[in-house]
Design a protein around this ligand. Structure first.
Ligand code: PLP
Length: 278
């Protein structure tokens, strides 16, 4: 039994009950965050809460976030999670009679939090295998909404094809993956899709771009086209769940086995983790 957070209370998961009329259930009308913890400490919580606030604002969900800042650490403690863990926070528009229009302004958002021990898949460290997927998502991929059907379909298709991740291609551009941002290296330069309504502004993506700028690794936020991938020297994914994970193949076509730029970024990223969480 886990201790979870629901609407201001920490309680056993078996007692955490919400109405079937919650807009998260009827409409998928909510936003979420996933925060990583290393060594029992949340990693970059302020950045995650900043994005959560932005997403609530874009969704016109009037949640008061200040009291939530203590939730990740308290969930870790309540569940005895002293190592590698993930914390999930979800905010929906609240419970209201089913109607396409928003509920009355006095409706309280529903806030839920959960933490669990995380064991990264050891296969990721050997390199990610990826497939290309048509990006059929809506045009507000910058908002971390709980409605993740296209992401789920593509992740499932990747799994059924024996791959780890699906790369979303829209207008010929590799925008991102089902739960991570995408980078490729051409002529020693790191490239990733620019921020737009078609990608999530990943926290790990931002850390990686900062690291590149700080350490003189050439980088540019500019579209990477699917037709260019065969020329990529390296490619990698970034996310709270993967950290920085090298890609070893796209659609079964292998990338070069050596990936010195990715290796350097992985090492620099680990230093940031050590600095923040140890
Ligand atoms: N893109 C998508 C679609 C995601 O779902 C995620 C993470 O869940 C990311 C990118 C990576 O974001 P972050 O580094 O903040 O985890």
């Amino acid at each position: 039994m886990a201790t979870v957070y629901l609407n201001g209370q920490f309680l056993p998961d078996t007692q955490a009950l919400i109405s079937p009329l919650d807009r998260g259930f009827t409409y998928g009308d909510g936003v979420y965050e996933v925060i990583r913890a290393y060594n029992g400490k949340p990693f970059l919580p302020d950045e995650h809460f900043g994005r959560l606030a932005d997403c609530c604002a874009k969704m016109r969900i009037g949640a008061y976030l200040s009291p939530l800042h203590e939730v990740p650490a308290r969930l870790l403690e309540a569940n005895g999670l002293t190592g590698d863990a993930l914390i999930y926070l979800q905010i929906t528009r609240g419970t209201a009679p089913r109607s396409h229009v928003f509920p009355p302004p006095e409706t309280h958002p529903t806030v839920f939090g959960l933490a669990w021990q995380f064991n990264p898949n050891p296969a990721w460290a050997q390199g990610m295998t990826t497939i290309l997927e048509p990006d059929v998502r809506w045009s507000r991929c910058d908002i971390k909404v709980t409605s993740l059907i296209p992401n789920s379909f593509s992740a499932q298709r990747a799994k059924e094809l024996g791959a780890h991740e699906g790369l979303f291609v829209r207008d010929g551009v590799v925008q991102e993956a089902t739960l991570s941002n995408f980078f490729a290296v051409f002529g020693g330069e790191v490239r990733t899709a620019p921020l737009s309504n078609y990608i999530l502004p990943g926290i790990t993506r931002a850390v990686v771009l900062d690291l590149c700028r700080e350490h003189g690794i050439p980088c540019r936020e500019t579209p990477v086209f699917a037709t260019e991938l065969h020329q990529a020297e390296e490619a990698f994914l970034t996310s709270t769940v993967y950290d920085v994970a090298s890609i070893k193949s796209v659609e079964g076509r292998p990338l070069p086995a050596e990936h010195p730029v990715t290796d350097r970024i992985v090492a620099l990223f680990r230093e940031v983790v050590r600095r923040e969480c140890w």
